[in-house]
Design a protein around this ligand. Structure first.
Ligand code: F6P
Ligand code: MN
Length: 324
């Protein structure tokens, strides 16, 4: 059976040739990141880079390499006006007359690199037609306005998962041809589920509503939910959300009382929004305790948010508990 490749899919589904070109460029650079990763310790790129990013997290060598690769590839496209990355303190200007702003997490879950476990690249594309050099203010658009969003998952196989606002599709990388081939044309998340993902070690620091909600899942068939739930935690948002897109479930990274001034751990503009658009396009829900993530008016590019996403009925119930 012959499968559609990414380029053919984009020619018939992307709203413009320039957006198609941008996504193909991310696919191209992901091949190089895949090669970096697959060499592991042999490439001498494991471990810390010796610096912290603007969020105070240790940068891994591969965070820095992946960031440079993506920044170079996107900046070369005349359609790109500017980029914002987890690994860049400020927005980076590209072409003043470009039409796209791209935000990305070059290597999500990078603490997994040193244990040869899954990581990914997350991206989000916004539109802008500003004058002169790009400003941070132009990036501050609600997630609802994303033109495209997706991720590349570097796992046992490499996959590119994408939405251009017409559902969610999955492509698998075929090493022999160097192509991404369509392997799932209609991703859909069931309303109900029996699996959740949360870092349970933080339980005692959550808001009481979150403690109640997860506590009830843990009571299983003896509790109010009347059924047993399974738990999984890869510690890379890309991989945890990928599992939810494949077989359903709920993912939460809640607010935590240890840093009450910090809304959550995950970043709105290059983690929660792109994953949120994918989840919504697949029929799931995505929210903070205050409402839909995609409606948040961002205040700065590195803003953090609490995240509850996945199976619609579970997200709704969790939100209800917070709003009671
Ligand atoms: O980018 C932040 C991140 O690495 C996510 O990919 C992941 O979901 C989360 O942090 C893991 O957090 P923790 O270290 O608490 O398990
Ligand atoms: Mn990340």
């Amino acid at each position: 059976m012959s499968r559609q490749n990414l380029s053919d899919y984009l020619s018939s589904h992307a709203p413009s040739a320039t957006l198609a070109q941008l996504i193909l460029s991310i696919a191209e650079v992901s091949r190089a990141i895949r090669d970096d990763l697959s060499g592991g310790a042999l490439n001498d790129i494991l471990g810390a880079a010796g610096a912290e990013n603007v969020q105070g997290e240790e940068q891994k060598k591969l965070d820095v390499i992946a960031n440079e690769r993506i920044k170079t590839a996107l900046s070369a496209l005349p359609s790109v006006r500017g980029i914002a990355s987890e690994e860049e303190d400020e927005v980076v200007a590209a072409h003043n007359d470009g039409e796209f702003l791209v935000t990305f997490d070059p290597l999500d879950g990078s603490s997994n690199i040193d244990i040869n476990s899954m990581v990914g690249t997350i991206f989000s594309v916004l539109g802008s037609r500003g004058e002169g050099a790009v400003s941070e203010a132009e990036f501050l658009q609600p997630g609802r306005q994303q033109l495209a969003a997706g991720y590349v998952l570097y796992g046992p196989s490499v996959m590119l998962v994408l939405t251009v606002g017409k559902g969610v599709v999955m492509f698998t990388y075929e090493p022999k041809s160097g192509e991404y081939l369509l392997t799932e044309a209609e991703v859909s998340i069931a309303r109900e589920c029996k699996e959740f993902a949360i870092n349970m070690s933080n339980q005692r620091h959550w808001h009481p509503a979150m403690q109640r909600y997860i506590g009830e899942l843990l009571q299983g068939s003896e509790g109010p939910r009347g059924k047993n739930y399974n738990m999984r935690w890869v510690a890379a948002m890309v991989a945890d959300v990928h599992r939810i897109l494949c077989r359903g479930g709920l993912f939460c990274y809640p607010w935590d009382a240890r840093k009450p001034e910090q809304a959550g751990k995950l970043r709105l503009m290059y983690e929660a929004n792109p994953m949120g658009l994918l989840v919504e396009q697949a029929g799931g829900k995505v929210c903070t305790p205050d409402g839909n993530i995609l409606d948040i008016q961002p205040e700065h590019i590195h803003q953090r948010v609490p995240v509850i996403l996945g199976a619609a009925d579970e997200v709704t119930l969790c939100l209800d508990y917070h709003q009671q």
